[in-house]
Design a binder for this molecule. Structure first.
Ligand code: AMP
Length: 489
């Protein structure tokens, strides 16, 4: 399940759930965890840590947001500790654990976590990913690191330049394996696996298990222990899902209505297209909502500014495409809105998994038009739950008031040039707004956004824990606790 499901102290006590010190983790690791503010292991951690400590291969079904990074990092650090040393000699600090991730952003997040968890040990870690100068990475590798976090392409660049030797790797982690395959990394992965010693421990994590993933797993995992906390297509129990039936041309008004009526603060609004995201953000701003779009056509600076402003509370609404939202360390949102129902039902689960985490209640509100019947049916089938569209209370769209729905084509020309796919889908909507939608082509595989380096975000904002009836129009606004580890090193 894509929720970070840490038990509360009373729950843990009554259910005698494991604690971090039950795993035999060394005091420097426990100290780091205490400083991070982690009290209890998440379900994936409770299962993975003992198995990884035994030296077994693992195939883990887990998504970002479940705490899986600590699930593999903590036992890795523990296993490397006996040979950790403070020698200045690079030869005494060979790469002993290699963690591969598909994107720079994830590599950076994992590296930040590993650094925090190992801060009181002599173990060294480094991260290498493309798109930035190789020189500082080369210097770090030459100085010697025991734990290396990398994206495949840049890792191979370093191997080619002979700044990296993987012959002493004892533990190999493949994180988000499904995305690695989606992004076409299979040949690189095979090359990297061939560079590793035959005798090693392998850990593979993936949100989904397609036949391709299973094939890859069987090619390099030895008798793996399957760790599955919950089915990846289960929706978070604490999330209240409401589907609002609206006219296609009233969707923007409906979002504004929902934001105002429910006094929503800090919400991600999901759009299926980049152009739709930009357009909606502009419309919301015109309606007096502090909004910003985040997608692949935005510059790094724009993207970071939007994210920081969102985390700091300067922006209430982040309008995002699925690909742009993935990998973002933003969780525990009080609400997400599906401006468009996603073309892939699994994306619905990922989207609503952003809310209702860590004991918080969350609302997943979706706008539904007649043409979305097929998409809704796919979602219902996946989550095994009936979602009946309801009317949006007290909503009077402009069209119903006799005003022409405002089109904002003038300002969108720039966006269209960079987004042919979005352009096609927009036209389809305009020509046949009421037809039953055929399955859309799968969205682009690699968003250029992921080809840009990621800078860590601001410290977490504490969550206001207020029970809210999501159907109550006057519900008190909630703010998100944005997960991201407490301290940065
Ligand atoms: P991950 O799924 O590894 O990306 O973790 C999601 C977020 O949960 C990260 O921001 C972590 O810092 C945080 N986290 C991981 N484990 C715990 C824990 N046991 N207690 C509280 N927060 C955690």
């Amino acid at each position: 399940m894509p929720e970070l499901n840490t038990p509360t102290a009373p729950e843990a006590a009554t259910a005698s759930l494991p604690r971090f010190d039950d795993f035999g983790l060394a005091p420097p690791i426990l100290q780091a965890l205490a400083e991070q503010g982690y009290q209890y292991p998440t379900p994936i951690q409770a299962q993975a840590i003992p198995v990884v400590l035994q030296g077994r291969d693992v195939m883990g079904a887990a998504q970002t947001g479940t705490g899986k990074t600590a699930g593999f990092s903590l036992p890795i650090i523990q296993q490397l500790l006996p040979n950790a040393n403070t020698s200045a000699s690079p030869a005494r600090h060979p790469v002993r654990a290699l963690i591969l991730t598909p994107t720079r952003e994830l590599a950076d997040q994992v590296a930040e976590n590993v650094k925090s968890y190992s801060r009181h040990t002599p173990l060294r870690s480094a991260v290498v990913f493309g798109g930035i100068d190789m020189a500082p990475q080369t210097a770090a590798l030459r100085a010697g690191v025991e734990i290396l976090i990398a994206t495949p392409g840049r890792l191979l660049d370093h191997v080619q330049q002979k700044t990296l030797n993987l012959s002493q790797t004892e533990i190999f982690v493949m994180d988000e394996a499904d995305r690695m395959l989606d992004m076409g990394f299979l040949p690189d992965l095979q090359r990297i696996i061939n560079l590793l010693p035959k005798q090693r421990q392998n850990l593979m994590f993936s949100a989904t298990f397609s036949p391709e993933i299973k094939k890859l797993a069987s090619s390099f995992l030895k008798n793996p222990q399957l760790i599955e906390v919950a089915r990846s297509n289960a929706t978070a129990e604490r999330v209240t899902q409401i589907i609002y039936k609206v006219e296609e041309e009233s969707k923007r008004d409906a979002v504004v209505h929902l934001l105002k009526q429910r006094e929503i603060r800090q919400v991600i609004v999901f759009s299926n297209t980049k152009i739709g995201a930009s357009r909606l953000a502009r419309e919301l701003e015109r309606a007096g909502v502090k909004a910003s779009a985040i997608h692949g056509d935005k510059t790094q600076a724009e993207r970071m500014a939007a994210l920081e402003a969102f985390k700091a509370g300067g922006i209430d609404v982040l309008v995002a495409t699925d690909v742009a939202a993935r990998g973002l360390d933003i969780a525990e949102l009080p609400c997400v809105i599906n401006y468009d129902l996603p073309y892939n039902a699994e994306d619905y689960v990922h989207r609503i998994g952003r809310t209702g985490r860590a004991g918080a209640s969350g609302d997943a509100l979706s706008l539904y038009c007649d043409k979305d019947a097929r998409l809704l049916a796919d979602i219902e089938k996946l989550i095994k739950q009936k979602l009946t569209p309801v009317e949006l209370e007290d909503f009077q769209p402009r069209s119903a008031r006799g005003e022409r729905a405002e089109r904002s084509d003038r300002g969108d020309r720039g966006d269209r040039q960079g987004d042919r796919y979005a352009d096609r889908s927009e036209r389809r909507t305009e020509r046949a707004p009421r037809s039953t939608s055929a399955p859309m082509p799968r969205k682009e595989k690699v968003d250029p956004w992921f080809l840009k380096p990621y800078e860590p975000a601001a410290p977490a904002v504490p969550m206001e824990e207020k029970p809210v009836d999501p159907r109550n129009a006057k519900a008190a606004p909630k703010r998100a606790a944005l997960l991201g580890g407490k301290s940065k090193t």
